[in-house]
Ligand binder design. Structure first.
Ligand code: G6P
Length: 367
């Protein structure tokens, strides 16, 4: 079937808007109909026997893997190593007993990821893939292929596949946490309640598009843009910077907020916007001081956060985007939306080809 833009100017915007539905589809596939229990089946994977997880991917899928690392380690107490696929084989990584290898790929055909999978075959205890296409090479060559249910993604810059990967991972992490005795039934029930809030919160985030578009028009005038996030939001800073680079051709870098002082702060001047993706959490005070470091050098801070954190941030912030309050577990999934919308509107302002950015391919089948 031919995929149409359904009234949207670009596939990217259509796919951003589809995310609440996509996440619903993921939860339909891996939770009971009322969302109160996990049904995800991973034949042959016993998380009590897994000693570590190795996640390998490229591009946006790699950043989904980085969020999953924070989640697996925190909730399931499973150590995770994460690699970009093009580096993996060449460093000849050891595979301790009980290694669960996880490959993440929207297309399921990325050459580097496929090569890393083939390298791991016979070394890892089990090979699991998260893929959008169950017929793909990566799916076929895995022990267990877990569909991310994003539907066809046309825009070269990945959006809904990213959040679908995260929604799939979050269920897998909760399953691992319960199986390993790291999460009791009451806590699981609370976390599943958190997940059910996600589609509604995502719709809310999409509705603040107008505000983001205004900010993006300003950001598009810069030469360099910094993105900051800490903890589980650090991968979102990386993904926000990647999206902006890919489609607006602005130079952008994502950094862990605390790492700002170790280099990137040298780039800060009044021309360089710093986008801070930071919902309120226990470390927000530290983020406030990172923002102050930027502002003290004349830098403009675009703070994307919730009302409570925005109030705590105080004066001096260049622009704020108020996101809805969200449970901590789902914040990285929710904050993908403003990161995507910012890049989208910056690209529109620059007049670039949003769906077909120069030099990039949707699926990269060469190493
Ligand atoms: C290309 C695409 C990216 C994508 C990456 C990995 O570079 O342009 O959007 O994240 O490949 O693709 P995969 O299909 O393996 O997820």
């Amino acid at each position: 079937t031919r995929i149409e833009k359904a009234g949207y100017k670009h596939f990217m915007m259509k796919e951003i808007a589809e995310q609440p539905t996509v996440v619903d589809a993921v939860f339909d596939a891996y939770l009971t109909p009322d969302g109160d229990a996990i049904t995800m089946d991973l034949p042959g994977v016993d998380f009590t026997k897994v000693s570590r997880v190795s996640i390998v991917a490229c591009g946006t899928a790699y950043y989904a893997g980085l969020v999953a690392k924070y989640w697996f380690e925190r909730y399931a107490r499973l150590p995770v190593d994460l690699d970009v696929a093009s580096e993996f084989r060449y460093r000849e990584p050891p595979f301790p007993d009980g290694t669960l290898s996880v490959f993440v790929s929207q297309s399921g055909e990325t050459a580097d990821t496929l090569a890393a999978l083939r390298y791991s075959d016979g070394k890892a205890a089990k090979i699991v893939s998260l893929v959008n296409s169950p017929e793909s090479s990566i799916a076929r060559e895995s022990d267990v292929a877990v569909a991310i249910h994003a539907g066809v993604e046309v825009s070269v810059a990945s959006t809904k596949a990213f959040t679908a990967m995260l929604a799939t991972f979050v269920v897998m992490v909760l399953k691992a946490a319960v199986e390993r005795g790291e999460m009791d039934a009451d806590t699981l029930a609370e976390r599943l309640t958190d997940l059910r809030k996600l589609p509604g919160l995502m719709s809310h985030a999409i509705s603040i598009d107008g505000e983001l578009s205004k900010a993006a028009r300003k950001v598009a005038q810069a030469h360099d843009v910094l993105f900051l996030g800490r903890g589980q939001m650090f991968p979102l800073a990386l993904e926000g910077a990647l999206k902006l680079k890919e489609i607006s051709y602005l130079h952008a870098e994502g950094y862990a907020s605390g790492e700002l002082k170790h280099g990137p702060i040298a780039l800060v001047d009044k021309e360089t916007p710093t986008v801070v993706l930071a919902p309120h959490d226990g470390l927000f005070e530290k983020t406030v001081s990172n923002m102050q470091e930027v502002m003290a050098r004349g830098g403009r801070v675009l703070l994307i956060s919730d009302a409570r954190a925005i109030a705590q941030a105080g004066g001096g912030v260049w622009r704020t985007i108020t996101m809805p309050d969200a449970p901590e577990l789902i914040q990285p999934i929710l904050y993908a939306i403003p990161a995507q919308l910012l890049a989208y509107h910056a690209a529109i302002a620059k007049g670039t080809d949003v769906d077909q950015p120069r030099n990039l391919a949707k699926s990269v089948t060469v190493e």
